[in-house]
Design a protein around this ligand. Sequence first.
Ligand SMILES: Cc1cc2nc3c(=O)[nH]c(=O)nc-3n(C[C@H](O)[C@H](O)[C@H](O)COP(=O)(O)OP(=O)(O)OC[C@H]3O[C@@H](n4cnc5c(N)ncnc54)[C@H](O)[C@@H]3O)c2cc1C
Length: 507
Amino acid sequence: MRWCLLALLLVDFHYVHARSVPRSALSDEDAEPAADPKILILGGGVAGVIAARTFYEQGITNFVIVEARDELGGRLQSQTIGAPGKELLVEYGANWVQGTQASEGGPENPIWSLVKKHGLNTTSSDWFGSMTTYDENGPADYLDTFDKSTDVYNELTVVAGARVEQQLVDLTARSGYSLIGSKPMTPADKACEYYAFDWEYAQSPLESSWIASSWGNNFTYDPDQGGFGDTNAMSIDQRGFKHFIQAEAADFLQPEQFILNATVTNIAYSSDRVEVTLKDGTVLTADYALCTFSLGVLQNDDVVFQPALPDWKQEAIQSMVMATYTKIFLQFPEDFWFDTQMGLYADPVRGRYPVWQNMNLTGFFPGSGVIFVTVTGEFSQRIEALPDKQVQKEVLEVLQAMFPNATIPEPTTFFFHRWHSDPLFRGSYSNWPPSFFSEHHQNLRATVDERLWFAGEATSQKYFGFLHGAYYEGLDVANNLAQCVQGNGCAFIANVTEVTNAYPYVI
Ligand SMILES: Cc1cc2nc3c(=O)[nH]c(=O)nc-3n(C[C@H](O)[C@H](O)[C@H](O)COP(=O)(O)OP(=O)(O)OC[C@H]3O[C@@H](n4cnc5c(N)ncnc54)[C@H](O)[C@@H]3O)c2cc1C
């Protein structure tokens, strides 16, 4: 058990603060409520599709998903790579159901339920028991340090829980590590800490909230905290991981209920309607809009809101962080690397091409010759600014350092996606910084002018960053909005006008 009391103390803000408003108090006193209110669901990722399914299940059919890409699924993205005859579909977006189900009858990750329902082919990833370690001089056995770093990470989450219990202020996860006596010095220490922390949050301990990173972990992985369990199922389905959400959509969605290749450029809203303009000039009007665009899209003004979003909303949007997680895929004519699932490389520069995953194994894609390496945070942004050739050169230099006696051939494939630069995402997933308060987070998901609603992985207090966070937000926010649409009294998700310090600064 990672900590005991946090689950009890972490309140579900949206319900505590949601206020119930009778239908007549919506806005314009004279306006007649629409007979069949229309909802635009902006974005067709997991949150958007699950919101649509929620409306459908409640008998609400007057909705349209508006999606910029040519398919539904959002950050579930795959690509076929490889030399002729050795092609393979790889996931450069989400790939794992993180935390599936610990025991029969225990809480089950809803993504895992959908994966099973739609018969996806998955395999179990062993992130901690199948590891080979390297440094800049080749193979280097620091598995003891690796094992200890997992224990240290667990302690970090337990001590964070005690701070919540005592109502102590949040700190950086770096402060947390230092306070429990963990001060990585060597490249091996740093690589092990990176693996336990950055590889999950896509940012460093210095950039991350100690408390929120700990609950993010526990509510997903720790059954004692209501989490799903610590097993990670990796999709190896050649229809793509996205198949689970596309198949789910196909079960209920009618052709007139979604528009693809439709990029939103402008969202005009008032207290009684919403007007959405697309890149091609089309204007869509509705009674409500549910915006599921990524935090990165909202942060970067890719979509213009008219009027500009209120200050409390902008402060929340600009204060959560959109982190970046980048998988770099290589295919080689033959395998020259480790035969474990994972490889960890300790470079003198922390976070330089550290985590390697072997796809050339039984249970994955034997004979594929595919390996991939992950980088995160600032390092991801750095490589996005470089030409592919230069990144490839650096990656091959690292492989040569890891395998000094091997002749490293030219890869037959080299591929990575630039998530941070992608205007439809602007990063991979959100991370909670230490300066971000729970009230900020409440504001991230709060309704604006009672017509503009927000949902997505970033609006999930318990599961930000994860597919299941997007799922639960699509479900919860759509359930709230359905109340308004059905005219039964409307539980808007309320905001906090000013997020203040617990104590004013003494000047
Ligand atoms: C590299 C990577 C690895 C990840 N790994 C995992 C993992 O293994 N497990 C896990 O649980 N989670 C993982 N995640 C996170 C997970 O993918 C997300 O939490 C989840 O997919 C978010 O869903 P969403 O519906 O909130 O947002 P999105 O999926 O971003 O959906 C929003 C939709 O809005 C669309 N859109 C954006 N702008 C516009 C516009 N202007 N007009 C119209 N449409 C627009 C987008 O195209 C997108 O389809 C990963 C993410 C990435 C990028």
